[in-house]
Each structure stands twice: as C-alpha cells, then as structure tokens.
Design a binder for this molecule. Structure first.
Ligand SMILES: Cc1cc2nc3c(=O)[nH]c(=O)nc-3n(C[C@H](O)[C@H](O)[C@H](O)COP(=O)(O)OP(=O)(O)OC[C@H]3O[C@@H](n4cnc5c(N)ncnc54)[C@H](O)[C@@H]3O)c2cc1C
Length: 379
C-alpha cells in the first residue's frame, strides 16, 4: 500500500481547507454556541461532492474509495468535528446502507438526492434502552397488507429531525433473534413519523442529535432494504465501514488540536522564551504527534483493506478504538499546553476537547470495540 497521498487526496484536502476558511471558520463558534445545525452548509458540501464520496458516478456520487473518504473527514474535522460527524453519518450510515443493501430502484430513487446533498440522511439503530445492546431493540414493524406498521422510538439519531430520509432498523421477528430485525427506508413526512427531543450536548453541538418517534407509521414493503430479517446483520456491516469514518473524525480532531498546540507553543513566551523550548512541552508535542501518526496508519490500513473488499471487522474496531482514545488524550494535552487560554473559547482547543469525547462513544463505545477485537483475536 502507498502511504503517500494521491493527487485526488491532495485535491480534496486543499478544496476543504479553502472551503473551511470561507464557509466554516467564520461561523463555527456561533453554530456551536447556539447548537445550530447549518443545513445550507451541507447543501454546499454536496456541490463539492462530499455528500456522496463513496457513491458511484452512475448514482450521482463522487465515486471515490475509502482513502479519499478518510481525507475528506479528517480535513473537515481538523476545522470542525461537528461538520465531520454529520458528513460521516450521512455518507457512511444512511447513504452507505442504501448503497450497500438497496435494490436498483431504491438506489436510483435515493442515492442521487443524498449524494448531491439536496437531501440529508439519518440512520436509526439506537434506542433509549438499547445502545450497545442494539440487538435487543423494542421498535417493532408488523406486516399489515402491503405495509409494515412501525411503533417505537430511536434516540441519539444524527439528523433525526432534519434528515429528509432515514434508514430505520426495527424488529420484525422475535426478541433475541439476530435475524429478527429489518431495515426500512422512511421518508420525512410519512404519517406517524416525527422527531422528538433534540439533545443538548457537551460537544459536536452543530451536529443535530434527535429522537425519532414512530406511532403507527405505515411504510410500504417496497421500502424494505434487502431481505426481511437481515437488518441487524446489515447494520453490523455498515458499522464496520462507519468505524473508518469515526476513526477519521477522531484523527482530524487530534490533528487540529496538535497543530494549534504546536503553533501556540512557538508563540507563547514564559520565562523569556517560547514554551516550546521547555523539554516538558516539546516532549509532550512529540508524544502527541506520534499518537496522531499511529492512528493515521491504523486507519489507512483499514481503508486499504476495505477498498480491496477484505473483512475489516477487527481492523476497523482497532482503528476506531485507538484513534478515538488518542484524540481525547491529544485534545486534553493541547488544552493543558494553552494554560488558562485553553480553557476559554478564544482559542480552538476547548472545542476540540469537547468534540473528541464523542468519538469514544458513537458507533460503538471503546468498550464495545474491545469486545469486537477480543472476539476476533480469541476466535
Ligand atoms: C452525538 C451522538 C450521535 C449519535 N448518532 C447516532 C446515529 O446517527 N444513529 C444511531 O443509531 N445511534 C447514534 N448514536 C448512539 C450511539 O451509537 C450510542 O450512544 C452508543 O452505541 C452507546 O450506546 P448507549 O449510549 O446506549 O450506551 P450503553 O450501551 O448504555 O453503555 C453504557 C456504558 O456501558 C458500557 N458497556 C455496554 N455494554 C458493555 C459490555 N458488553 N462490556 C463492557 N462495557 C459495556 C459502554 O461502553 C458504556 O460505557 C449517537 C450518539 C451520540 C452521542
């Protein structure tokens, strides 16, 4: 595998850096303060091809592979993790599920809308009482003529209110049966489908996180993704790929925090010298930089395997576990290096610190990644 960035990756990175300077940096703290999910920004990301990075050209996407996808998320998250998270959830989860398991008609109908950013996608697996243990979900879908009738609630759903369409996993069989769940495409505006409470979060505040409620929501059986009963198994596959994106999100946040810390350490003077001259600071920066590069390598390896169609269950869990844990550590060290200023909103590191924590929780906590890894190595 080639560790050099390809021309496409360099082009994507430059494009996002320019876009970020103009469209994100001037407003991101405002979005963060007010928890505004900036929908028009996502329409613009769509125009740049970033809302359908992995979607083939024939369905209106950019047709790239996982290396380019990783670059896009890292670069967005170096600026604002919230935007990286929403872009990742849209691409990997909703769009990815339809791309991987949809039939031709479903792909023709939904992928061009999602890949262009005209529509924003949501993906509902988690429920109030079943997060890590998603297989025990309570939301049910009962067949009634040509329709399934959905009842239940999903929580912590990215774009649960603003998403134009959601992929929703619901129980169609017995509790405890991993083949007793099915994935449905549910459009916003479908009767019986509404958004519930919006979460007030520690970080990732510009990424909308909302409850989705289903009350006798009738979904035509044409909207079943793949086979009835396959929804949970499909979801585990979607999460394997999704973990590359959350690992990339974590890497981008860590890199953003590291870059800010390097710059600040050269500018801030104490005891008549830049603080970077203190070995306590320069050694800390060395450790932070090494962790960032180690995370990058784990993600690159997983992206390479995914592009080659190899099984990535263990590798994506390792990449996600390591990148998210070091992201929190690096952001924490960056805040420390900024001293009192690091604790204020005048500098970017407090936001990196708050945003990083989500990465150890979303799309499977660190403990669940260890479960996946231990199962694989003890097999
Ligand atoms: C900002 C945000 C966005 C999200 N977006 C989405 C989305 O778009 N779609 C979606 O479906 N979900 C989404 N989620 C949900 C997310 O995936 C879950 O929060 C996560 O999987 C953890 O589930 P939980 O919160 O119920 O925690 P729990 O499962 O209740 O876990 C509580 C604690 O117990 C630990 N634990 C649980 N089981 C074990 C075990 N077997 N061994 C050891 N420790 C264990 C966990 O690691 C954790 O520390 C989002 C969450 C957040 C915060």
């Amino acid at each position: 595998m080639d560790f050099q960035q390809s021309e496409n990756q360099l082009m994507i990175a430059k494009m996002i850096q320019d876009f970020g300077e103009k469209e994100m940096k001037p407003k991101m703290m405002e979005w963060d303060e007010s928890q505004e999910f900036p929908i028009p920004l996502f329409h613009k990301l769509g125009e740049l091809g970033l809302m359908g990075v992995l979607v083939p050209h024939e369905y209106g996407g950019a047709g790239f592979g996982y290396h380019e996808y990783m670059t896009a998320i890292v670069e967005l998250s170096k600026i604002d993790g919230s935007i990286g998270l929403s872009m990742a959830a849209h691409n990997s989860l909703c769009t990815g599920h339809i791309l991987q398991f949809g039939n031709e008609e479903q792909k023709q109908k939904y992928l061009p809308l999602l890949a262009s950013g005209k529509w924003i996608g949501a993906w509902g697996l988690t429920e109030p009482n079943t997060g890590s243990d998603a297989g025990n979900m309570k939301t049910v879908a009962k067949l009634d003529g040509d329709h399934y009738v959905l009842n239940g609630a999903k929580n912590f759903i990215t774009h649960g209110k603003s998403g134009n369409v959601a992929v929703v996993i619901a129980r169609t069989g017995e509790t405890g049966d991993s083949h007793g769940m099915t994935a449905f495409i549910v459009e916003r505006g479908t009767e019986g489908f509404k958004a519930g409470r919006k979460e007030n979060k520690l970080g990732m505040r510009a990424s909308e996180t909302t409850e989705m409620i289903f009350e006798d929501c009738r979904v035509h059986k044409d909207n079943v993704l793949g086979n009835v009963g396959d929804g949970f198994v499909q979801s585990l596959k979607i999460l394997d790929g999704g973990r590359i994106s959350i690992a990339s999100l974590a890497l981008g946040i860590a890199e953003g925090a590291l870059n800010a810390a390097i710059q600040y350490s050269k500018e801030r003077h104490q005891f008549n010298q830049p603080i970077s001259k203190f070995q306590g600071i320069s050694f800390k920066l060395s450790e932070m930089a090494t962790k960032v590069e180690a995370a990058r390598l784990l993600i690159q390896r997983t992206a390479d395997m995914k592009n080659k169609g190899l099984k990535i269950n263990k590798e994506s869990a390792m990449a996600k576990l390591y990148a998210s844990e070091i992201s929190v550590e690096v952001a924490n060290d960056a805040v420390q290096m900024f001293g009192g200023y690091g604790y204020t909103k005048d500098y970017p590191v407090e936001k990196f610190y708050r945003d990083a924590k989500l990465c150890t929780i979303g799309e499977g906590t660190s403990e669940i990644q260890k479960l996946v890894i231990s199962r694989a190595i003890l097999e």
